[in-house]
Design a protein around this ligand. Sequence first.
Ligand code: TYD
Length: 210
Amino acid sequence: MSRGLFITFEGPEGGGKTTQIHRLVDSLRSQGRDVLPLREPGGTTIGEKIRALLLDLAESPMQIETEALLFLAARRELVQDRILPALQAGRIVICDRFADATLAYQGYGRGMDLAALKALNAFATVGLQPDLTLLLDLPVESGLQRRKMDPADWNRFDAASLAFHQQVRQGYLALAGAEPGRWRVIDAARAADVVAVDVWRAVGEVLAVI
Ligand code: TYD
């Protein structure tokens, strides 16, 4: 591979992205592939500091524009420091959320202008787009219920209203519908083993054509 593969996972809260990413990384590594798992916001020294600011319950409220710009600043660091060098080295980069999360959360969820956010994303990512985006979709109520089982992980976004999370979910579905070539929508309300089969199939299809 001269250029690697860039896969992102998206979805509303509690869809089991972390579990599925672990499983996918293990499966790919057992095939001898070179995989770099990353998460947003975070993954760099600056990015982890921004993450703490963004997710801390005590930091709220902040201007929605400030929130968006902080996500974008963390993304810029991640793209330049980690993602682009790894892709240039032919690695498979798997990112837990990426630019689409800003469109879903700050755009559809918080109501910021989508065209402006798309332009900001292009600026922050130098136009980098995932080769494949997996949407782990499930009803908002069941996702939040799952998240509540792990109170240590409960953050500012989980604490937002049900209506907010419903807009985020609908936003993701709209984004996936608008770009079916890049997105695969996976029903994440099912058992993790069953979801993992669909994830593996979707990644296999992309690996087969590179
Ligand atoms: P995290 O604990 O990583 O949650 P999850 O496991 O659901 O990804 O927290 C990330 C939170 O930040 C999550 O609620 C989604 C939100 N977020 C945005 O609002 N905008 C963004 O651009 C990104 C990347 C995340």
